[in-house]
Write a protein that binds this ligand. Structure first.
Ligand code: XBP
Ligand code: MG
Length: 260
Protein backbone atom coordinates (compact mmCIF):
# COMPACT_ATOMS: atom_id res chain seq x y z
CA UNK A 1 0.00 0.00 0.00
CA UNK A 2 1.31 3.45 -0.92
CA UNK A 3 1.68 6.20 1.64
CA UNK A 4 -1.16 8.69 2.11
CA UNK A 5 -0.21 11.79 0.11
CA UNK A 6 -3.44 13.75 -0.34
CA UNK A 7 -6.94 14.29 0.94
CA UNK A 8 -9.61 15.12 -1.62
CA UNK A 9 -12.76 16.84 -0.42
CA UNK A 10 -16.25 17.18 -1.80
CA UNK A 11 -17.75 20.58 -0.93
CA UNK A 12 -21.56 20.61 -0.78
CA UNK A 13 -22.78 18.76 2.28
CA UNK A 14 -19.23 17.75 3.25
CA UNK A 15 -17.38 20.98 4.04
CA UNK A 16 -20.63 22.83 4.83
CA UNK A 17 -24.40 22.32 4.80
CA UNK A 18 -24.66 24.38 1.66
CA UNK A 19 -27.57 22.56 0.01
CA UNK A 20 -30.46 23.64 2.26
CA UNK A 21 -29.06 26.95 3.49
CA UNK A 22 -27.24 28.03 0.36
CA UNK A 23 -28.15 26.40 -2.96
CA UNK A 24 -31.87 25.94 -2.26
CA UNK A 25 -32.24 29.54 -1.08
CA UNK A 26 -30.33 30.82 -4.11
CA UNK A 27 -32.40 28.74 -6.55
CA UNK A 28 -35.62 30.21 -5.13
CA UNK A 29 -34.22 33.75 -5.26
CA UNK A 30 -33.29 33.26 -8.92
CA UNK A 31 -36.74 31.90 -9.77
CA UNK A 32 -38.39 34.90 -8.14
CA UNK A 33 -36.12 37.37 -9.92
CA UNK A 34 -36.94 35.69 -13.25
CA UNK A 35 -40.65 36.16 -12.57
CA UNK A 36 -41.27 32.43 -12.14
CA UNK A 37 -43.68 31.34 -9.41
CA UNK A 38 -41.54 28.30 -8.56
CA UNK A 39 -40.69 27.87 -4.90
CA UNK A 40 -38.85 24.65 -4.12
CA UNK A 41 -39.51 23.34 -0.61
CA UNK A 42 -36.83 21.77 1.59
CA UNK A 43 -38.52 18.41 1.02
CA UNK A 44 -38.82 18.71 -2.78
CA UNK A 45 -35.18 19.82 -2.91
CA UNK A 46 -34.24 16.56 -1.15
CA UNK A 47 -35.77 14.69 -4.08
CA UNK A 48 -34.14 16.96 -6.65
CA UNK A 49 -30.72 16.26 -5.11
CA UNK A 50 -30.88 12.87 -6.84
CA UNK A 51 -29.43 14.78 -9.81
CA UNK A 52 -26.14 16.61 -9.20
CA UNK A 53 -25.35 19.98 -10.75
CA UNK A 54 -27.59 23.02 -10.66
CA UNK A 55 -28.34 23.26 -14.38
CA UNK A 56 -29.02 19.53 -14.53
CA UNK A 57 -31.28 19.87 -11.46
CA UNK A 58 -33.41 22.61 -13.06
CA UNK A 59 -33.82 20.43 -16.16
CA UNK A 60 -34.75 17.44 -13.99
CA UNK A 61 -37.40 19.55 -12.21
CA UNK A 62 -38.94 20.70 -15.48
CA UNK A 63 -38.94 17.20 -16.92
CA UNK A 64 -39.94 15.04 -13.94
CA UNK A 65 -41.66 17.24 -11.34
CA UNK A 66 -43.24 20.29 -12.93
CA UNK A 67 -46.23 18.58 -14.50
CA UNK A 68 -46.90 16.49 -11.40
CA UNK A 69 -46.88 19.61 -9.18
CA UNK A 70 -48.82 21.89 -11.52
CA UNK A 71 -50.94 19.60 -13.63
CA UNK A 72 -49.58 21.20 -16.80
CA UNK A 73 -46.40 21.01 -18.82
CA UNK A 74 -43.78 23.73 -18.46
CA UNK A 75 -43.85 26.39 -21.13
CA UNK A 76 -41.02 28.87 -21.33
CA UNK A 77 -41.48 32.61 -20.87
CA UNK A 78 -42.47 34.16 -24.23
CA UNK A 79 -39.19 36.02 -24.72
CA UNK A 80 -37.16 32.81 -24.41
CA UNK A 81 -36.77 30.52 -27.40
CA UNK A 82 -34.29 27.95 -26.24
CA UNK A 83 -34.58 25.88 -23.07
CA UNK A 84 -30.80 25.48 -22.74
CA UNK A 85 -30.30 29.25 -22.75
CA UNK A 86 -33.16 29.64 -20.31
CA UNK A 87 -31.53 27.21 -17.88
CA UNK A 88 -28.05 28.72 -18.27
CA UNK A 89 -29.36 32.24 -17.53
CA UNK A 90 -31.41 31.07 -14.56
CA UNK A 91 -28.42 29.19 -13.21
CA UNK A 92 -26.11 32.19 -13.63
CA UNK A 93 -28.53 34.23 -11.52
CA UNK A 94 -28.60 31.44 -8.95
CA UNK A 95 -24.78 31.50 -8.75
CA UNK A 96 -24.90 35.29 -8.23
CA UNK A 97 -27.34 34.86 -5.33
CA UNK A 98 -25.38 31.93 -3.91
CA UNK A 99 -22.04 33.77 -3.83
CA UNK A 100 -23.77 36.72 -2.16
CA UNK A 101 -25.21 34.40 0.50
CA UNK A 102 -21.70 33.07 1.15
CA UNK A 103 -20.38 36.64 1.42
CA UNK A 104 -23.12 37.30 4.00
CA UNK A 105 -21.86 34.32 6.03
CA UNK A 106 -25.05 32.29 5.55
CA UNK A 107 -23.34 28.89 5.90
CA UNK A 108 -20.56 27.95 8.35
CA UNK A 109 -18.12 25.09 7.83
CA UNK A 110 -19.05 21.79 9.47
CA UNK A 111 -17.40 20.58 12.73
CA UNK A 112 -13.79 19.48 12.39
CA UNK A 113 -13.24 20.80 8.87
CA UNK A 114 -10.94 23.71 9.74
CA UNK A 115 -9.09 21.64 12.34
CA UNK A 116 -8.41 18.86 9.82
CA UNK A 117 -7.32 21.32 7.10
CA UNK A 118 -4.83 22.88 9.52
CA UNK A 119 -3.46 19.53 10.65
CA UNK A 120 -3.05 18.33 7.06
CA UNK A 121 -1.26 21.53 6.06
CA UNK A 122 1.06 21.39 9.05
CA UNK A 123 1.94 17.80 8.20
CA UNK A 124 2.76 18.83 4.63
CA UNK A 125 0.16 16.59 2.99
CA UNK A 126 -1.63 17.76 -0.11
CA UNK A 127 -5.28 18.72 -0.47
CA UNK A 128 -7.67 19.00 -3.40
CA UNK A 129 -11.34 19.60 -4.06
CA UNK A 130 -13.59 17.51 -6.29
CA UNK A 131 -17.06 18.97 -6.55
CA UNK A 132 -20.03 19.25 -8.83
CA UNK A 133 -20.75 22.84 -7.95
CA UNK A 134 -19.54 25.88 -9.86
CA UNK A 135 -15.94 27.03 -9.18
CA UNK A 136 -17.14 30.52 -8.14
CA UNK A 137 -19.22 28.92 -5.40
CA UNK A 138 -16.23 27.04 -3.99
CA UNK A 139 -14.14 30.20 -3.94
CA UNK A 140 -16.96 32.11 -2.24
CA UNK A 141 -17.41 29.49 0.49
CA UNK A 142 -13.67 29.16 1.20
CA UNK A 143 -12.95 32.88 1.07
CA UNK A 144 -15.77 33.87 3.37
CA UNK A 145 -15.20 31.12 5.93
CA UNK A 146 -11.39 30.78 5.92
CA UNK A 147 -10.02 33.89 4.23
CA UNK A 148 -8.93 34.61 0.67
CA UNK A 149 -5.63 32.71 0.88
CA UNK A 150 -7.42 29.45 1.73
CA UNK A 151 -8.12 28.89 -1.96
CA UNK A 152 -4.37 28.24 -2.30
CA UNK A 153 -4.44 25.52 0.34
CA UNK A 154 -5.84 23.26 -2.40
CA UNK A 155 -3.50 22.13 -5.10
CA UNK A 156 -6.42 21.48 -7.43
CA UNK A 157 -9.97 22.79 -7.27
CA UNK A 158 -11.81 20.48 -9.66
CA UNK A 159 -15.29 21.92 -10.03
CA UNK A 160 -18.46 22.05 -12.09
CA UNK A 161 -18.34 21.82 -15.86
CA UNK A 162 -14.58 21.17 -15.96
CA UNK A 163 -15.46 17.54 -16.77
CA UNK A 164 -18.37 16.59 -19.05
CA UNK A 165 -19.82 13.91 -16.75
CA UNK A 166 -20.65 15.06 -13.22
CA UNK A 167 -20.97 12.83 -10.16
CA UNK A 168 -21.88 9.95 -9.86
CA UNK A 169 -19.37 9.55 -12.72
CA UNK A 170 -15.77 9.20 -11.47
CA UNK A 171 -14.47 11.92 -13.81
CA UNK A 172 -14.07 14.81 -11.36
CA UNK A 173 -11.98 12.69 -8.95
CA UNK A 174 -9.96 11.21 -11.79
CA UNK A 175 -9.32 14.74 -13.09
CA UNK A 176 -8.12 15.95 -9.66
CA UNK A 177 -5.77 13.00 -9.22
CA UNK A 178 -4.37 13.39 -12.74
CA UNK A 179 -3.64 17.06 -12.06
CA UNK A 180 -1.81 16.09 -8.85
CA UNK A 181 -0.05 13.22 -10.56
CA UNK A 182 -1.27 10.86 -7.85
CA UNK A 183 -2.97 7.50 -8.01
CA UNK A 184 -6.08 6.55 -6.06
CA UNK A 185 -4.13 4.46 -3.54
CA UNK A 186 -2.22 7.60 -2.47
CA UNK A 187 -5.39 9.53 -1.61
CA UNK A 188 -8.42 9.52 0.67
CA UNK A 189 -11.74 11.11 -0.32
CA UNK A 190 -14.38 12.83 1.82
CA UNK A 191 -18.01 12.78 0.73
CA UNK A 192 -21.52 13.19 2.12
CA UNK A 193 -23.85 11.52 -0.39
CA UNK A 194 -24.49 8.31 -2.30
CA UNK A 195 -23.82 10.03 -5.63
CA UNK A 196 -20.58 11.42 -4.23
CA UNK A 197 -19.51 7.99 -2.98
CA UNK A 198 -20.35 6.39 -6.32
CA UNK A 199 -18.05 8.95 -7.93
CA UNK A 200 -15.10 8.61 -5.54
CA UNK A 201 -15.39 4.83 -5.20
CA UNK A 202 -15.54 4.27 -8.94
CA UNK A 203 -12.43 6.46 -9.23
CA UNK A 204 -10.79 3.88 -6.96
CA UNK A 205 -10.70 5.97 -3.79
CA UNK A 206 -11.20 4.93 -0.20
CA UNK A 207 -13.87 7.29 1.07
CA UNK A 208 -14.96 8.72 4.41
CA UNK A 209 -18.58 9.86 4.68
CA UNK A 210 -19.90 12.63 6.90
CA UNK A 211 -23.69 12.44 6.70
CA UNK A 212 -26.17 15.31 6.88
CA UNK A 213 -29.95 15.72 7.09
CA UNK A 214 -30.36 15.06 3.38
CA UNK A 215 -28.08 12.03 3.21
CA UNK A 216 -28.19 10.07 6.49
CA UNK A 217 -30.40 7.38 4.89
CA UNK A 218 -28.26 6.92 1.77
CA UNK A 219 -26.46 3.69 0.94
CA UNK A 220 -22.85 4.02 2.05
CA UNK A 221 -21.90 0.34 1.79
CA UNK A 222 -18.61 1.06 0.03
CA UNK A 223 -17.35 3.72 2.41
CA UNK A 224 -14.42 2.98 4.76
CA UNK A 225 -16.05 5.04 7.52
CA UNK A 226 -19.41 6.73 8.01
CA UNK A 227 -19.60 9.40 10.74
CA UNK A 228 -22.01 12.13 11.79
CA UNK A 229 -19.32 14.75 11.16
CA UNK A 230 -15.56 15.08 11.71
CA UNK A 231 -16.05 16.03 15.37
CA UNK A 232 -13.94 18.22 17.62
CA UNK A 233 -11.99 17.41 20.81
CA UNK A 234 -14.91 18.83 22.82
CA UNK A 235 -17.67 17.68 20.43
CA UNK A 236 -17.56 13.94 19.75
CA UNK A 237 -18.56 12.57 16.36
CA UNK A 238 -20.86 9.54 16.13
CA UNK A 239 -19.49 6.54 14.24
CA UNK A 240 -22.34 5.14 12.10
CA UNK A 241 -20.40 2.46 10.20
CA UNK A 242 -16.80 1.33 10.04
CA UNK A 243 -14.00 0.78 12.49
CA UNK A 244 -12.94 3.83 14.51
CA UNK A 245 -12.43 4.33 18.25
CA UNK A 246 -11.64 8.04 18.01
CA UNK A 247 -14.05 10.73 19.18
CA UNK A 248 -12.93 13.12 16.45
CA UNK A 249 -11.40 12.63 13.01
CA UNK A 250 -7.70 13.51 12.79
CA UNK A 251 -4.91 12.96 10.30
CA UNK A 252 -3.99 9.87 12.31
CA UNK A 253 -7.51 8.54 11.65
CA UNK A 254 -7.05 9.24 7.95
CA UNK A 255 -3.69 7.45 7.84
CA UNK A 256 -5.11 4.49 9.74
CA UNK A 257 -8.11 4.11 7.39
CA UNK A 258 -5.90 4.52 4.36
CA UNK A 259 -3.60 1.69 5.47
CA UNK A 260 -6.37 -0.67 6.65
C1 XBP B 1 -23.38 19.12 -5.23
C2 XBP B 1 -24.39 19.51 -6.17
C3 XBP B 1 -24.36 20.87 -6.67
C4 XBP B 1 -25.12 21.92 -6.02
C5 XBP B 1 -25.42 23.01 -7.02
O1 XBP B 1 -23.06 17.74 -5.42
O2 XBP B 1 -25.19 18.74 -6.60
O3 XBP B 1 -24.93 20.74 -7.91
O4 XBP B 1 -26.33 21.41 -5.49
O5 XBP B 1 -24.28 23.55 -7.56
P1 XBP B 1 -21.73 17.16 -4.80
P2 XBP B 1 -24.35 24.36 -8.98
O6 XBP B 1 -21.65 17.64 -3.37
O7 XBP B 1 -21.90 15.67 -4.85
O8 XBP B 1 -20.56 17.64 -5.61
O9 XBP B 1 -25.69 25.02 -9.05
O10 XBP B 1 -23.24 25.36 -8.90
O11 XBP B 1 -24.17 23.36 -10.08
MG1 MG C 1 -21.76 16.58 -1.58
Amino acid sequence: MSQLEALIFDVDGTLADTERDGHLVAFNMAFKEAGLDWDWSVELYGQLLAVTGGKERIRYYIRDFYNQERGENFSMPLEVTNVDEFIVALHAAKTRFYTQLMADGAVPLRPGVVRLFQEVRQAGLRMAIATTTTAENVTALLTHTLGADSVDWFEVIAAGDIVPAKKPAPDIYTYAMEKMNLSADQCLAFEDSHNGLLSSYSAGLKTVITVNDYTHDHDFTNAVLVVSDLGEPDQAMTVLAGDCDETYFSLATARHLHQA
